[in-house]
Design a protein around this ligand. Sequence first.
Ligand code: COA
Length: 391
Amino acid sequence: METIARGLAGVVAVATRISHVDGERGTLTLGGFPVEEIAPRASYEEVLHLLWHGRLPSATETEDLRHRLATRRWLPAGTITLLHAAAARRLPTMDALRMAVDTLQLDGAPARGGDPASNLSGAIDIVARVPTIVATYERLREGKSPVAPDARLGHAANYLFMLRGEPAPVEIVRALETYLVTVIDHGLSASTFAARVVVSTRSDMLSAIVGALGAFKGPLHGGAPGPALEMVFRIRERAARSGRPLDAEARAWTQEALASGERMMGFGHRVYAVRDPRAEVLAAAAARLFERGGDPSLYAAARIVEAAILDVLRDRKPGRRIETNVEFYTALLLHGVGLEPELFTPTFAVSRVGGWAAHVLEQIVEDTLLRPMSTYVGELHDRYVPAEVRM
Ligand SMILES: CC(C)(COP(=O)(O)OP(=O)(O)OC[C@H]1O[C@@H](n2cnc3c(N)ncnc32)[C@H](O)[C@@H]1OP(=O)(O)O)[C@@H](O)C(=O)NCCC(=O)NCCS
């Protein structure tokens, strides 16, 4: 039997200029820049340009991309109808988002790949509209009227504006923008691979993004930050009730969770054997945010809980090298930005769609069908047996 790379672990399937993850050293570069250098400083639009064109834009190019995104944020009427129907059924936001992205084709936007300019235009269309879908759906779920996009605002500020119905303070916008840049791309993650597989058949950008969203929403990928935050809150509550120190309560919690076979959300990663560098960037952004307002004790509590969980994991899973991943501090930062846990994964998608689009554009140029092999392990039969005589 052939050797199977279970879960494709360790398999290098594509060459890319978009991002690089070094799991041993714990580094991430986005378009060649260390994540900790670019994420707290650049705008989401600048990084889109970097990933789509391979270099940071000039001021005019940034303005041009901002303008193109801002003028394409509106949703087709059919998409809004679908979002109303999904809200009436209280469907999870990620499901509504996946279905709504599919409907973007309704306004005649070309689905099939073509020349580079129309592929780029398709990318702009989708990236511009994902925040509008998420914000519209969130407001409908809450029984509020959707807020129209404001073309004067940048990508991050406009997303918050559509959610809140009023402009967000500048430090909140910067915190969200840091998050959006930090998680925009991450090598060949499962969703990115899914997007590349779809478009490698010479399918189209829209289908690739829908496929990526399907892969993305699972709890082993984009779905972990909500539960991670809930865990910090619950450990804190338990400590308040029991009177035990938070550290002891977090240790007890982790022991119990592991004993019942649960995984600690926000810990562990397929590629990183050390602390996820994005966790560091987001922890620093969260610390800055909580210093200026909100609940600084939550940040301190998260640090204590993190240290306790890591300690118990090292003890209970020796040799596994399970460290903090991006989701743990995502939860804290997005909570500080004022988002509800239901919005954590969709907001991750608001960012990651830019990376998916970059990979789709790269894969279109690469033009190689992604098609691995399988090994058959089932039974073999010589003859077809008619149903009447089958046992
Ligand atoms: C992300 C993740 C799926 C990567 O896992 P992976 O590389 O496929 O590793 P495996 O699932 O093969 O797990 C390897 C071992 O580590 C353990 N492990 C991995 N992550 C763990 C976690 N968060 N909590 C407890 N144990 C964990 C597994 O139980 C397994 O131990 P075992 O062999 O003793 O049963 C995994 O770490 C996980 O489930 N994390 C929690 C969810 C999460 O935070 N997801 C967001 C990722 S950015």
